[in-house]
Ligand binder design. Structure first.
Ligand code: TXA
Ligand code: MG
Length: 320
């Protein structure tokens, strides 16, 4: 059981980052902004720190975490890269892409990070605050999204506090995340496959490494991951998708011309990049109304695929 204690809010300046790095160095937990969503960071080499991440989130321990590193050289010390991995890293890092690669033997990553797999998910985040934290800490940081397991990912420090106050040591307040949906996860353990659509459109990944395979459902390397569960990113309210009108009792999340409340429109101009950046915040605002939620259709192209993936999971039946 985790004891409740005060979660510090740290400013995203040099003293705040130094305090955050010191917390990580003694095995504590710090939530920090990346360009996708806020991550719940702990030292990826420290078993107890990683165990605390799972406890704070209430996350099933068999779900592996992403390790965040400062650059591709640090990533190559942890995993084995092939030509495709180097091309993707050169094109999209730092940025919203996670690569699943063979773990190097003898790496000092805690086996809790990989859930005992011989592969590892690695990402080099682009947000300056994340980069500065990794530089100040000087080691790999394991970080799932900083929300209770199964809930909507946080894109602002206040979302982190709403879900995890008293369960983590600190949160660095770096404002709203620019991308707003999680990283695209590409497995390179076999033919390149997108395990989770995200901030880098699938089309851009395919442009870099050629046609993508579907992840094999029985693939031992495709673990049952929260991001792969049907119900995930779930608000409290029931969600109805592809709604071109809303019923009287419903809150309507709009997109482009569909919707009635501009504050709840993902993008009045119909821009999927803007819609992704606003998605989780607007889901939270709509949820707070305590009424059923209808969501306007979002075209399934580019970032629209990641948006629709998260909306489908948010709308999925909750009970297995
Ligand atoms: O944008 C993001 O990716 C954010 C920020 C904080 O970086 N992180 C994030 O982490 O979304 P999380 O833990 O919520 O999702 C990580 C996903 C999970 O679906 C997990 O199963 C998958 O990565 N994953 C991790 N290691 C894996 C592995 N070895 N093989 C396959 N999937 C893996
Ligand atoms: Mg998550």
């Amino acid at each position: 059981m985790t004891e409740a204690f005060a979660t510090r809010r740290l400013p995203a300046d040099a003293p705040g980052l130094a305090a955050a790095a010191a917390i990580l160095s003694r095995g504590g937990l710090v939530a920090f902004p990346t360009e996708t969503v806020y991550g719940l960071g702990g030292d990826a080499r420290h078993d107890a720190a990683v165990a605390r991440i799972f406890a704070a989130k209430g996350r099933p321990a068999f779900n592996p975490l992403i390790a965040h590193v400062a650059d591709a050289d640090d990533a190559e010390r942890i995993a084995r890269f092939d030509d495709r991995a180097r091309r993707l890293a050169a094109t999209f890092w730092p940025g919203p892409l996670t690569l699943v690669l063979p773990l190097r033997r003898g790496s000092d990553i805690s086996p809790l990070v990989t859930a005992g797999l011989d592969s590892i998910a690695l990402r080099v985040p682009a947000a300056p605050v994340a980069q500065e934290l990794l530089a100040a800490f000087g080691g790999p940081v394991a970080a799932p999204s900083a929300n209770p397991s199964g809930r909507v990912s946080p894109t602002r420090a206040e979302h982190v506090i709403a879900g995890l106050d008293g369960r983590i040591d600190a949160v660095i307040d770096g404002g709203a995340c620019a991308v707003g949906v999680e990283s695209t996860i590409v497995s390179l353990l076999g033919p390149a496959a997108v395990l989770r659509p995200g901030g880098v459109p699938d089309e851009a990944v395919a442009d870099c490494v050629g046609p993508l395979s579907a992840p094999a459902p029985g693939d031992p390397h495709a673990p049952r991951a929260p991001g792969q569960l049907a119900s995930h990113y779930a608000p409290e309210a029931p969600l109805r998708l592809e709604a071109v009108t809303a019923d009287a009792g419903e809150v309507w999340i709009g997109f482009g011309p569909f919707g009635r409340d501009p504050a709840l429109n993902l993008s009045p101009s119909g821009d999927p990049v803007e819609a992704a950046a606003r998605l989780f915040h607007i889901l939270r605002l709509a949820d707070a109304a305590g009424r059923p939620v209808a969501v306007a259709p979002v075209p399934d192209r580019g970032l629209g695929r990641a948006i629709n993936d998260r909306l489908r999971r948010a709308a999925a039946p909750r009970d297995p």
